[in-house]
Design a protein around this ligand. Structure first.
Ligand SMILES: [Zn+2]
Length: 237
């Protein structure tokens, strides 16, 4: 079992979201970190905060960059958020660690950014041909706390992004994403993880989320835990 996004340490392996300035010298072995600037905290002068993110990004217990992202409901102007987001994408590529994304009502902009970076990476790869650099595509982008409808999930996943669900997911979305995963697996296509599960900032155990999802999907919770474990997939690089 793995908690994909949390602010609290308990006994379950997790990706603990921390602000770069408050990163401790060390953490228990089952705790890995994501560091970034939350879109609500992006303001003029974000570059200074970003220096702290950059300074811890190489640590071996930092497994992901984020959460970072775009929020049209809260925070500063979207243009400023986009500027900070681009810096996170560049860092994620530089240190080769996945990106954990907070996205509220800005999916068109997010997908446009993904496309832009894919093109950039592809042209980079062409230039580096023969040198063996940039063989891989972009780092995984994972949208945490996804609450959208099935159509939106499909649209996002079709662009290669991944989803993490917290307590308040849309049940039909969870089911449709899982069904698509089963279909991919049965067709012998890539079927690494259907999605991830997280507590986010709620004070409950991720066990409860796994049990709830297993019930909604009518699958065994142990099996679901295996499916949703990022440690052998996106974090095994
Ligand atoms: Zn968030």
């Amino acid at each position: 079992m793995f908690n994909f996004h949390t602010y609290m340490i308990d006994d379950v392996p997790c990706l603990l979201n921390v602000e770069a300035e408050s990163v401790q010298p060390s953490y228990p072995a089952h705790v890995s970190l994501s560091v970034g600037i939350h879109p609500w905290k992006v303001s003029d002068g974000w570059q200074k905060d970003f220096e702290s993110v950059r300074s811890v990004a190489q640590r071996s217990d930092v497994w992901a960059i984020g959460e970072c992202g775009l929020d049209k409901v809260r925070g500063e102007a979207l243009s400023l958020q986009i500027e900070a987001f681009r810096a996170h994408v560049a860092l994620s590529e530089e240190v080769q660690k996945p990106l954990v994304i907070h996205c509220v009502k800005a999916f068109d902009e997010l997908l446009a950014l993904r496309k832009e970076w894919e093109q950039k990476t592809a042209s980079h790869r062409r230039e580096a041909m023969g040198i063996g650099e940039n063989e891989k595509g972009l780092q995984p982008w994972i949208i945490h706390g996804f609450r959208g409808k099935p159509e939106q999930a499909q649209q996002i996943m079709a662009k290669g992004l991944l989803l993490s669900f917290g307590h308040h997911y849309h049940v039909e979305t969870l089911r449709s994403v899982f069904t698509a995963f089963q279909k991919r697996c049965s067709e012998g296509l890539s079927c690494a993880n259907p999605f991830f599960l997280e507590t986010d900032d709620l004070h409950l155990s991720v066990h409860q989320i796994y049990e709830q999802a297993a019930r909604h999907l009518d699958v065994d919770v142990v099996l679901l835990s295996r499916f949703c474990d990022p440690r052998q997939t996106i974090f095994s690089l």
